[in-house]
Write a protein that binds this ligand. Sequence first.
Ligand code: NAD
Length: 352
Amino acid sequence: MSQSFVYQAQPARVIFGRGTSARLPDEADRLGLRRLLVLSTPQQTALATQVQQLLGERAAGAFAGATMHTPIEVTERALAVVKELGIDGVVSVGGGSTTGLGKAIALRTDLPQIVLPTTYAGSEMTPLLGETRDGVKTTQRSPKVLPEVVVYDVDLTLSLPLQMSALSAFNAIAHAVEALYAPDGNPIVSLMAEEGVRAIVDALPRMMREPGDATARADVLYGAWLCACCLGSVTMGLHHKLCHTLGGLFDLPHAQTHAIVLPHALAYNAPEIPVALTHLRRAFKTEDPVQALLQLERECGIPLALRDIGMPRDGVARAIEQAMANPYGNPRRIEAGALGQLLERAWAGEGV
Ligand code: NAD
């Protein structure tokens, strides 16, 4: 254990279980909300309608325009609806894209948010908001964007397609892995990180065998929640910065990029993170968590090469250039040569 640390807890009310969406009206009443706007992507309007029905007269309307990377234009359209309908709170039903829209509205209006996550991305537990203006994504940290209530309903994750589920779970694991070697890490966050990875790694094979296995789904969601707490608490390193760079440069899909880069980023840092590796050995129940992670990804049948998700061949050089131009904290120094090898392997889908 580190003998000296700072631990800053994020305020959160979390309701977890199966069928917990039914608690939504009580939660709205608890917050005194009577004119809620239900947010979703265009793909999840059926679920948003169910949530509106559940809220009854507390739902004043719905906005189904949430999309990846929280474009400012979408937020502005949603804000117009907020104003027009006299909204007093938002209910975000969906993955990180929908949660991002709710946070963007809260940042500008201070409206309370209730979030029903349906992926494992974890935005609901963080004070972070990434927004895109004219194609440029910037991330900020503000306590104003933290949701008031998060209702994890395992049943809402059952419809997440299997491959997306696996990708999203690896996205969650990435938060915990980087928390274990964060410069501002602490023993509480490490407990959450190890337990989060353990829960996901243990449940993923069961979920892959039987996507409707609610117990496995509950375990993955529980692990994802813990991993999300890690993301919200400490500073991320090479892996997250690299994914951010790649996503911004080549418009790569979020969860896929995380899943592909993670084993490579972990292998890069491995020589400098003995304590983190001890946690990960326990979580993966193996001596070599890097290979175990890659093996688990193979078993889940997800893409393992950046070239397969749209990164161009000449992208490696551009990514190195951008990553080197913005230095950031990481346990192992960022060296152009080694970073190039990492990206070449991740691009081609080679092992680590
Ligand atoms: P997403 O929210 O974009 O969802 C992907 C697609 O899956 C969408 O079409 C969505 O409607 C659909 N979907 C989601 N849940 C479903 C379900 N249960 N059943 C069927 N379809 C479902 O993807 P994501 O990976 O959750 O979020 C990615 C976004 O979140 C990125 O923009 C990323 O930057 C952001 N993010 C932010 C933070 C943060 O702390 N600010 C953390 C993680 C992710």
